[in-house]
Ligand binder design. Structure first.
Ligand SMILES: [Zn+2]
Length: 81
């Protein structure tokens, strides 16, 4: 990830999934809601501060996925601040 664009990414504090701001804005408009909601788990708690992004393709074979208790493929923040 290019650091210049890091401000555009938000990580869900509940499931650690990483989204772009515009992606979440589009979801918010679609739901006609006032708050940004995680499309995956429904959490409204996000952080811009996270270190490293991991792409989990095959959770069953991934050691990191086990470590982070991830059971579905996707892009995740490795550690949240
Ligand atoms: Zn979530």
């Amino acid at each position: 990830m290019v650091s210049r664009a890091s401000g555009q990414y938000l990580a869900c504090k509940n499931c650690r999934r990483v989204y772009t701001k515009s992606e979440l804005e589009a979801e918010r408009k679609r739901r006609d809601s006032k708050v940004l909601t995680c499309p995956y788990c429904g959490s409204t708690s996000f952080t811009r501060k996270f270190t490293n992004i991991v792409l989990i393709v095959d959770p069953e074979k991934s050691i990191i996925a086990k470590e982070l208790s991830i059971i579905h493929p996707g892009v995740f923040a490795y550690s949240l601040e």
